[in-house]
Design a protein around this ligand. Structure first.
Ligand code: PMP
Length: 396
């Protein structure tokens, strides 16, 4: 019998750490990350808010607290859903988590027994694959099209009677696609008569470039949808504060699971975020982020359009932090990455966003723009386009 638990055998390793070992030393242009742009962190406003919290409520902020989370913050989140989506949520239906990554872990703990079938988007968020893998489910990936998950293939997969379907309906990671209203409606009517819960990860919902909000599947199937949100992309990921919205009996179960994990998320950070939201104009800040990401996306899009052969169509995202390029079947993404590494350029091949990279479908690559400086976007985008063109030309 092995020394370590069997769950560690199936946990996917971090792709980035592995490939960066292979890069030449020197400056690397990385399209492989997924970080927010740190120049947008509201450091000074958070400094002022933290001074206020410590001056006025230090005993409370530094003490243990309840697992559910800081009540005024739960109230702010509930009001935000009403303001942005016209959706009524009670604060008691919200559990504050240590980032939405912890939400995925808690959901795994509450729902998954070894071998349970679980549906994911293919390609889908690698962190969700990692979090759920720890509970040793049977992960089944359903292809994602330009307008959302493939409905006929979903229908087939539902025959496995999965407990969960994990998806991102707005600016999905890694493809940045949004589900159309038609797909959302068809999905909701398909799921309505099943025992499957939807985990709707809305990490990027605030990051539309035009400032509009997409409707949520949660609004169509409120009792069967577990909605995840986060302050990581709109304030700071380092504070590690996210949340789960679910009906109250499920929130109680998730709260129990969270209690065993970390008792509660940082009380100080919850109060700090709340103070920051009260003292500042979060809409103005979020708009600044949107405009900045739109500018970077457009720069990358224009650069790639110029450098790539016209046969490669680029889907222009309406929000989020990534461009997902679908390469022709003749281009091998691993070989392309090897070539790029020799030029100190990295991206993530799409196969790493599947539970089993060996069974990946499509031939995409994820190119991040949010945390890449504009000059690197131009230089790296031109180089990437040239190297892809060369691969296309040698194969034709
Ligand atoms: N979901 C998605 C789709 C993500 O891309 C990320 C992080 N990039 C997370 C969840 C985790 O975010 P956090 O834990 O910082 O809220």
């Amino acid at each position: 019998m092995g020394h370590y638990s069997s769950r560690m055998d199936t946990m996917p390793v971090s792709f980035l750490r592995e490939i960066l070992k292979a890069a030449n030393s020197g400056k690397i242009i990385s399209f492989a990350g997924g970080l927010p742009d740190e120049s947008l962190f509201p450091g000074n406003d958070l400094k002022n808010a933290s001074i206020k919290v410590l001056e006025e409520q230090s005993a409370k902020a530094l003490q243990y607290t309840v697992t559910e989370g800081y009540q005024p913050l739960r109230e702010w989140i509930a009001e935000r859903y009403y303001k942005t989506r016209g959706m009524t949520v009670s604060p008691s239906e919200i559990l504050i988590t240590s980032g939405s990554q912890q939400a995925l872990d808690l959901i795994g703990k509450v729902f998954i027994n070894k071998g349970d079938p679980l549906l994911m988007e293919g390609p889908g968020y690698l962190g969700a694959i990692q979090a759920f893998s720890a509970f040793e489910p049977t992960l089944i990936s359903i292809p994602v099209n330009q307008d959302g998950i493939d409905i006929p293939l979903l229908e087939k997969a539902l025959l496995h009677n999965p407990k969960l379907l994990y998806l991102g309906s707005s600016f999905q990671n890694p493809t940045s696609i949004c589900y159309s209203e038609n797909i959302k409606n068809r999905l909701a009517s398909q799921l309505a008569s099943t025992n499957t819960f939807i985990v709707e990860d809305d990490a990027y919902g605030e990051l539309s470039f035009d400032g509009t909000y997409k409707s949520l599947i949660k609004q169509l199937l409120p009792d069967k949808t577990i909605l995840l949100g986060s302050f990581s992309k709109i304030i700071s990921p380092g504070l590690r504060i996210g949340w789960i919205v679910a009906e109250e009996s499920l929130i109680r179960k998730l709260t129990l699971a969270k209690q065993a994990t970390d008792l509660h998320s940082s009380n100080f950070n919850q109060m700090l975020i709340c103070q920051y939201l009260k003292e500042n104009n979060p809409d103005k800040h979020i708009n600044t982020i949107r405009q900045h990401y739109q500018y970077k996306m457009q720069l990358l899009y224009d650069t790639l359009c110029k450098a790539l052969p016209p046969s490669i169509a680029i889907h222009k995202p309406e929000g989020g932090m990534f461009i997902y390029l679908n390469l022709p079947p003749s281009v091998n993404a691993d070989e392309l990455l090897d070539k790029c590494l020799k030029h100190n350029l990295v991206f993530v091949p799409g196969k790493y966003f599947f539970p089993d990279p060996g069974l990946a479908t499509g031939n995409g690559i994820r190119v991040n723009f949010s945390c890449v400086p504009p000059e690197d976007i131009i230089h790296g985008g031109t180089l990437l386009g040239r190297l892809i063109s060369e691969e296309v030309n040698t194969s034709s």
